[in-house]
Unconditional design. Sequence first.
Length: 298
Amino acid sequence: MASGRGAGHGGAPALAVRGRAAGEAQPRPWPGPEWRLPPAGQAPPVCPFQSVVRSQRLQDLSGDGGVRKQELRPGTGQAVPPNASVAVKFSGYLEDQDKPFCTNCYSKSPGLMKLGKDITLLGLEVGLLTMKKGELSKFVFTPGYAYGQRGCPPLIPPSATVIFEVEVLDFLDSAESDTFFELTAEQQAAFPLQKVLKVADTERQFGNYLYRKRHLDDAKDRYKKALSILGLSPSSEAEQRQINASKLLLLLNLSLTYLKLDRPTQALVYGEKALEIDQRNAKALFRCGQVGKNEFLW
């Protein structure tokens, strides 16, 4: 994807970003991979702030007035970190228009978008780094942080200032996980145990998110990816217990996911592997019992 980000995700602070250089490719007229116009016959979201561009109540995030923000509803927890994967709902408006030129608010379960990769608007990425889970905010992006001097005809006119209303539904900090999977096998083997366990837990959380969104095959693949890095040689019984605890969660999740996929044989395999770690684990016993019941009925 063409991107409008400047130097800001390397050693520089997260918000120390510049607009596009002259002649650089313009982004598409939407900020990420999931968007759509309102369905035929269905009213679009209404922009409730016709004069927001001229508002004096907006916080200047970029220092040059290019990205300004007004919080509509506070979020909780930490702000979205650089390199996170975020699930957001958004609607984008041209100045002085009350209907969005793009929105994903009709999607029941927006997918995760990776900062620095999937989001094509520089201003939106700057804004997201200031948001928390559950937060709803509106932003004003000047052309240098949006679609540039050329715009994206015919939808976005030249030198357009745009307004975005954004809600952060969820996010996962995947920076360490991304770094780990870019390493060679030898480098991964030298990774400290605690960091490997953290990577596995991040992948499990990705799987859980996908499972909740009913993307079962994708969830299964995430659980397996996490399990694949836990074939470690512990240096103590304490380390073995930590590895087993991480494996157990993944095996239970895989067993449940395969049940939901109507693949009882695989569900039983992972349920039995969980019992090898904990013979009295109630969830593992229940999963295996579910498989037996299903096989009897079939």
